[in-house]
Design a protein around this ligand. Structure first.
Ligand code: GLC
Length: 416
């Protein structure tokens, strides 16, 4: 049901925007670029500029709902029908293998880009079996946001372990009637990102090799992680409502000044510093909390741009692809929207760092990142993970039962 609604919404959006669209505009070629909405307006401005400089081509931006699962389901239905009305897609880093294997996105010509110019993890996420299927657009990693003003007031350091974080919530958040630690606990892709960070933070892993070699060990680590996450909610460190939170829910609570800590992606920084934020200049960022003696790792996220295998205008689509993933575009989007660039030179550009001084702190976070499993079967693996994690953290099943069911289901999926 969810799938068909999402898909029909996309089809309706495309049909509404381009009545009778078949790729040929009245006076030239029309290209449609579908991507998550960019509230900063930077993408729209870049496209306008591109159109002005390319009289024979008109690029139209098809803004999609931000939720990654909604976009995924819509694109899958759309592309499995071999629809050609969308020429370029912005794809979550976790979909490359699936879309490439299905033959929905075009393999890009070798030599299209200088691979050395890009950060390694995002570039890896754009390749499948060694070939390039997309160009990295912006990157993401989980960050711990904290209220610097309040920790300073109490003379507390930034917490490193989960027990430090709990203690800070008791001492700072509780007496002020605030929430402690907010994160993404709804049943969707974001929960997988948060869950993996908790799992890695206690030394566990969910990679296919460990699942194949020692499923018992993985099960124990998963169970311990789920128990820890449930305990955060039961002891009031995190509100029960995190079970329904996606990125923007947590972000709103935090920028309204109602929470002491938040796990979120880098985009939340510009919003914390922006108009309407009640925590402007009162926020710090750090690496995520973890178990004593362990190293925290952040989930790598981000989005790449791919050309549809069904486009009627591959040459024009590739030309636009180069522009929208080029240095200038990355720079504009970093300055106006806080999107983390995937090109090394843009990351270090003085104008970019001037506009986003906190990017420098993210270098540290980015040194310790990990990918979700890279597999054409990733969506199935994610679905199973979401289901069992959510059941356990909402108290519907025990951590042990959930861990056992999850590992049993994941082993055959990720072995494929
Ligand atoms: C962000 C990340 C993406 C991730 C999603 C989960 O959009 O960039 O990789 O899958 O959040 O909600």
């Amino acid at each position: 049901m969810r799938r068909s609604i999402a898909a029909s919404t996309l089809l309706a959006l495309v049909a509404l925007s381009f009545p009778g669209c078949g790729g040929e505009g009245g006076d030239g070629i029309e290209l449609v670029f579908a991507a998550g909405n960019d509230p900063s307006g930077a993408t729209a401005a870049l496209i306008e500029e591109y159109n002005a400089a390319h009289p024979g081509v008109t690029v139209r931006f098809q803004a999609m709902p931000a939720n990654t699962d909604t976009q995924h389901d819509a694109y899958v239905t759309y592309l499995s029908a071999r629809e050609s009305n969308i020429d370029l897609y912005s794809l979550d880093v976790i979909w490359t293998a699936e879309f490439a294997k299905a033959g929905w996105i075009a393999e890009l010509p070798e030599g299209l880009l200088d691979r050395n110019a890009f950060l390694e993890a995002p570039l890896k996420s754009a390749t499948y079996e060694g070939a390039l299927y997309a160009v990295p657009w912006f990157t993401d990693a989980g960050v711990l946001y904290y209220r610097r003003d309040l920790l300073d007031e109490e003379g507390l350091p930034v917490p490193e372990t989960w027990s430090d974080l709990r203690a800070a919530c008791r001492r700072v958040a509780e007496p002020r009637g605030m929430e402690g630690f907010v994160w993404q606990g709804a049943r969707y892709e974001g929960l997988v990102c948060d869950f993996l960070e908790f799992l890695w933070g206690l030394g566990g892993t969910l990679d296919p090799e460990s699942l194949a070699d020692d499923p018992g060990r993985v099960e124990r680590d998963v169970s311990e992680t789920l128990a820890m996450m449930r305990a955060l909610i039961e002891d009031g460190t995190s509100p029960e409502s995190v079970l329904t939170y996606k990125e923007e829910d947590a972000r709103r609570v935090f920028t309204e000044g109602h929470a002491l800590f938040m796990r979120n992606w880098p985009y939340a920084w510009s919003m914390a510093q922006g108009e309407g934020s009640k925590v402007k200049d009162a926020v710090g960022t750090a690496r995520l909390a973890h178990a004593p003696g362990e190293t925290p790792y952040s989930t790598i996220g981000g989005w790449n741009v791919a050309v549809s295998a069904f486009t009627e205008h591959p040459d024009e689509a590739i030309e636009f692809l180069q522009f929208i993933t080029g240095e200038r575009s990355l720079k504009e989007r970093a300055i106006a929207g806080g999107y983390l660039p995937t090109r090394k030179s843009t990351f270090k550009d003085p104008d970019v760092l001037d506009a986003n001084p906190y990017f420098a702190d993210f270098f540290e976070v980015f040194r310790f990142t990990r990918n979700r499993p890279r597999s054409p079967e990733y969506p199935r693996a994610s679905d199973v993970t979401q289901e069992h994690v959510h059941e356990a953290i909402s108290g519907q099943t025990s951590p042990e039962e959930a861990a056992s069911a999850m590992v049993d289901a994941l082993v055959p999926i990720l072995a494929e």
